[in-house]
Design a protein around this ligand. Structure first.
Ligand SMILES: Cc1cc2nc3c(=O)[nH]c(=O)nc-3n(C[C@H](O)[C@H](O)[C@H](O)COP(=O)(O)O)c2cc1C
Length: 367
């Protein structure tokens, strides 16, 4: 019973702070990466039931994402334009060190009444590291560094005279002031390799994974939660999905077909070559993009696999399936962000809430 009486599933959207939208396709996208578009989008999202926005960090990219605004500063601008929305800023250990990150995020936490969160990304894009002169670490070493980064962030935010002797970072009786106000910024991370899961089970508040079927999500959730319990830790799960909600399923499928038919093959192939440095490069050969097909890669976090494509009723039911597989949050990408975030908030989220309510009532009646 405890499973179906869980908190309402949370919704987040990807901030389009990089050009080209969330699909590597020449299909028309009424989405812009500029700040005016994004401020309005954030306001639409918070007025329509979205809890979080996730911004992306890229220093350079092919696959149509040629222009990118920096994640932390962009997130702050969105927080300044909203009142309830939580915005997750991405930090890449390497270019960022934890001393700067802890200070920067603590200040934004004060300026925004505690609404900033962070997503610690571990790096998969070797070409980007080479371009900015960052040393490239092997797959699992990247996660060892990320874990130290997270431990250092949390230590700086919560302790005085913080001392830490790691292989990547060192702190000596450091007392950062002011500390963040409550709630402490939540720490998200992405990835699905063994190293990513193990890090989540030790230190992260939230684990973000690429799109997948409920059965595959369930396997990851069971694996992570079992390890987290053994570590005395608890972690929540966010699942990526690309949503296409239309009046009929046929209309939604036609949009998906058009996205794939108009995919840019060179850009998708370039992306496919680079993501071999993620899951496939892990010792076990598993992880993000290790099994992605060409069609999957057109949405660059396997978002079609979650199958939130159809009518609002179908999508709401599939959100519940993902929730029952262990998802606490659904992270959403769209083709035309402003219109579709509003449509999703008005037509899908209320149906999800009704289904959640019905499940709770059934559960209580069964007790
Ligand atoms: C939801 C989500 C968001 C991510 N955001 C970024 C990002 O903004 N920038 C980035 O370089 N990597 C990003 N990543 C990549 C991860 O941090 C990680 O490097 C990648 O998923 C490798 O996965 P693996 O552990 O399975 O090899 C993201 C991953 C996920 C699942």
């Amino acid at each position: 019973m405890s499973q179906i009486k869980r908190e309402p599933v949370k919704f987040a959207y990807w901030v389009p702070n990089v050009s080209g939208g969330l699909v590597i396709s020449n299909i028309e996208q009424r989405t812009s990466w500029d700040i005016d578009y994004n401020r309005k989008l954030a306001q639409i999202a918070e007025a329509n039931g979205f809890d979080y926005a996730l911004s992306q960090i890229r220093f350079t990219a092919g696959y149509g994402a040629d222009n990118q605004h920096e994640s932390v500063s962009f997130s702050h601008a969105l927080l300044a334009a909203t009142t309830k929305l939580k915005v997750i800023a991405a930090l890449l250990p390497g270019p960022w060190n934890p001393a700067l990150a802890a200070k920067q995020i603590a200040t934004i936490n004060h300026l925004t009444n505690g609404r900033v969160a962070v997503n610690i990304v571990s790096g998969w894009f070797r070409g980007e590291f080479a371009a900015i002169g960052e040393h490239w670490l092997d797959h699992d070493e990247r996660y060892r560094r990320s874990e130290e980064f997270i431990r250092a962030l949390r230590g700086i935010w919560t302790e005085d005279s913080f001392t830490f002797k790691g292989d990547f970072y060192r702190f000596n009786e450091y007392s950062m002031k002011p500390k963040p106000i409550d709630p402490l910024p939540e720490i998200f991370q992405g990835g699905s390799s063994r190293a990513a899961r193990d890090m989540a089970a030790r230190v992260s508040d939230w684990y973000f994974t690429n799109g997948n079927t409920p059965a595959e999500i369930r396997k990851q959730v069971d694996d992570i939660r079992a390890k987290a319990v053994a570590n005395g830790h608890s972690v929540k799960i966010g699942v990526n999905a690309f949503a296409i909600a239309r009046d009929t399923e046929a209309e939604a499928r036609t949009v998906l077909d058009e996205i794939i038919a108009k995919a840019n093959p060179e850009a998708v192939q370039g992306f496919a070559d680079q993501v071999k440095n993620a899951g496939k490069a892990s010792p076990e050969g598993e992880g993000n993009w290790a099994k992605s097909s060409f069609e999957d890669l057109v949405q660059y976090n396997d978002g079609f696999r979650s199958n939130l494509i159809g009518t609002p009723e179908q999508i709401a039911e599939r959100v519940i399936d993902l929730k029952n597989a262990g998802a606490d949050l659904i992270l959403l990408g769209f083709l035309h962000f402003q219109e579709e975030v509003e449509f999703f908030g008005k037509h899908v989220i209320p149906l999800v809430r009704k289904l959640e309510e019905a499940e709770t009532v059934t559960a209580v009646a069964a007790e």
